[in-house]
Write a new protein. Structure first.
Length: 399
């Protein structure tokens, strides 16, 4: 399918406009990383605690924020995620947790919510929070109270089975939040339900997941992420050196580095955290941008073999125009997909999709405005320094 026919755009004639565009966004991103937001690292890289909370009432992030702040916890962030749900992620930095007890962050957040957010916790002191109690905690309470008078011989085993049924009903049937303790009727024995009404309560929120990353693990993940990006660039440089010429590999790697720098700069400018999923998105856009660049380079090489006496700038312009339909179709459809993911994918995928939205646009742009002009600049440099102005596609294609 061909969208454009007989396109005659002078891309290289606009190289200074492209250069200015790249400089503006690159410098803005670098300045933000150095003097403004820095590189916003997520818990994956800086360490800390992520607590996933689901509330029964209509979501009120300000209430949760004030509750955590009044508990003396600072440096946290709260994000709502999901569509039409009452769910938030509370992110606690490593500085607010003890290195010897990294789960202290989760406990602090739960305690803050129990005492300041829940409407029933204040009047239920000493009772078990059935919305957040583990299976073992429920079993321990029932064993201590022994509502069915089973004794120490058979009581613990029986009550563990009851606690398992209660926890599964709460998490699987009611999404982690019981509407009332009476909802356990038919799930647990009547005596057990009666006992829970007396010695437990429903807080109205549920911590359904928590993730803790220590400082050493965060540092290791940070180093591995950096190595993954560097190794991918080095591998692509070697491949293009073998497949085309060294200058092609250098131009493609410079273009991809340009894409990565601007993408990370956008994260800094908008103060969005970089997590492991964002690194996965960056590696994805590196491969995508490189593929788009190789398509343009391959057409340049084919045209050079057929028109060896034609100026390289004219060959590059014609090659870009010939591949323009393919570029618009592939990049346009991919962009629409990642844009839909960004708009409707929810907060959990927001960082990943944001990186792809920016990366697809910049990656497509750099294949035309950064990588291809570098070939012309290289030839002009060789001519200026009195070296042979051999076209850089003289090498024959290898099977």
């Amino acid at each position: 399918m061909e969208l454009f026919r007989k396109v005659e755009i002078d891309w290289l004639g606009k190289k200074w406009i492209f250069l200015g565009f790249s400089l503006v966004f690159s410098v803005a991103g670098v300045l933000s990383m150095l003097f403004w937001h820095g590189i916003p690292r997520g818990v994956d890289f800086k360490g800390g605690t992520l607590v996933y909370v689901k509330t029964e009432q209509a979501l009120n992030i300000d209430n949760i924020r004030h509750a955590v702040d009044r508990a003396g916890i600072h440096g946290f962030t709260i994000q709502a995620f999901g569509v039409g749900t009452n769910e938030v992620i509370v992110s606690l930095p490593q500085s607010e947790t003890s290195e010897n007890n990294l789960d202290a962050g989760r406990s602090s957040i739960v305690a803050a919510l129990e005492h300041s957010y829940s409407t029933t916790a204040a009047t239920a002191e000493g009772k078990l929070d059935l919305d957040n109690a583990s299976r073992d905690a429920i079993a321990d309470l029932l064993s201590q109270k022994d509502p069915e008078h089973l004794g120490a011989a058979s009581g613990p085993t029986h009550y563990l089975a009851q606690a398992t049924a209660i926890a599964e009903a709460r998490d699987k049937q009611h999404g982690g939040l019981l509407p009332s303790i009476d909802a356990l009727t038919g799930v647990a024995d009547p005596a057990v339900v009666t006992e829970l009404k007396q010695d437990s309560y429903l807080s109205g929120f549920n911590v359904f997941n928590s993730e803790v990353v220590g400082p050493q693990v965060g540092k290791q993940l940070r180093n591995q992420a950096f190595q993954a990006v560097m190794y991918s660039l080095a591998g692509m440089l070697v491949y293009l050196w073998f497949r085309f010429e060294l200058i092609y590999g250098v131009a493609a790697v410079v273009a991809v580095f340009h894409d990565t720098l601007i993408t990370v700069g956008f994260f800094s400018l908008f103060n969005k955290e970089i997590t492991l999923t964002v690194i996965a998105a960056i590696l994805t856009l590196i491969g995508y941008s490189m593929n788009d660049t190789v398509v343009v380079f391959d057409r340049i090489r084919e045209n050079l073999r057929m028109n060896r006496r034609e100026p390289l700038a004219d060959v590059v312009n014609r090659s870009i125009n010939q591949t323009l339909s393919r570029t618009v179709l592939s990049s346009g459809l991919t962009f629409l997909t990642v844009l839909a993911l960004y708009l409707f994918g929810g907060e959990v995928l927001r960082g990943f999709s944001f990186a792809l939205v920016v990366g697809i646009l910049i990656g497509t742009y750099s294949s035309i405005a950064v990588a291809a002009p570098m070939l012309v600049a290289y030839q002009q440099w060789r001519t200026t320094h009195g070296k042979a102005a051999a076209l850089p596609a003289a090498k024959k294609a290898r099977a």
